[in-house]
Write a protein that binds this ligand. Structure first.
Ligand code: SAM
Length: 230
């Protein structure tokens, strides 16, 4: 049976509801169903919290559980389950917009869901709407460049290995809560200015410059570090 609906992956930006694109807002105002990822069903969704001011009051919501785990089997099951639920409503001719933090193409679970939906839908039935990344919003907050001129920019997903890149003038450490101690050790070695940005644009936003003496242990998952060596 042909499927008539359309699937949208909407980047809602990092936190400030004013940082959604006009395209994202246009889709949210007109789509039939908004799919909201939740790390646990009883928790609020950060993406929904950002986007809700742009959505019609009684819009139908489809809550999808996306657990925060590195267990591949659990994740695979959750994504397949989410894809199945989306396909089920799309078979009734409805359009679905899936919300995702920041930009959908940048370290987002959206990509795993997208790969499953690509097997079921035609390319013209899928639209990914880009969003402002958390790193762009963090750099803007401190009026600092991510990179200028001919400088390279390295983005690391919070894994080990920062030590190998002491020559790179600009580094963004995503998922910084995983290894802030390594960022601090690296700063002691190579110098430079490091900004820790937590929950940019959201309630609880905190932005501070890290010093070599800092001894932070536990930080919020929604944190990144911008390192600049001039
Ligand atoms: C799964 S990635 C999602 C990235 C997102 N797609 C983007 O475009 O920024 C999650 C990581 O993004 C960063 N992040 C997302 N939102 C953030 C925010 N509002 N403030 C600071 N960091 C954020 C954190 O490093 C977090 O660990």
């Amino acid at each position: 049976m042909a499927i008539e609906g359309k699937f949208y992956g909407i980047g809602v930006g990092p936190g400030d509801p004013q940082l959604l694109t006009l395209r994202a807002v246009g889709v949210l105002k007109n789509v039939d169903i908004i799919a909201v990822p939740k790390s646990r069903m009883e928790r609020e969704s950060v993406a929904w919290d950002i986007a809700k001011v742009h959505c019609p009051e009684n819009v139908r919501i489809l809550e999808l559980e996306m657990p925060m785990t590195s267990n591949k089997e659990v994740l695979q099951k959750a994504w397949q389950n989410a894809a199945d639920q989306i396909m089920e409503v799309m078979h009734t001719g409805k359009s679905v917009a899936f919300l995702t933090l920041g930009d959908p193409s940048f370290y987002s679970t959206y990509i795993y869901l997208l790969n499953l939906l690509k097997k079921e839908l035609n390319p013209e039935q899928i639209e990914t709407v880009p969003g402002i990344t958390a790193m762009a919003a963090a750099a803007a907050k401190v009026n600092q460049p991510l990179a200028t001129g001919d400088e390279p920019l390295l983005v690391l997903p919070g894994v080990e290995g920062l030590d190998q890149y002491t020559e790179i003038p600009n580094v963004v450490m995503m998922k910084a809560s995983r290894n802030l101690p390594e960022v601090l050790r690296n700063l002691q070695k190579s110098g430079g200015k490091a900004i820790l940005a937590t929950r940019v644009g959201q309630a609880g936003e905190e932005i501070c410059e890290l010093t070599e003496q800092d001894e932070m242990e536990k930080i919020d998952y929604l944190s990144l570090v911008l390192i600049r060596r001039e």
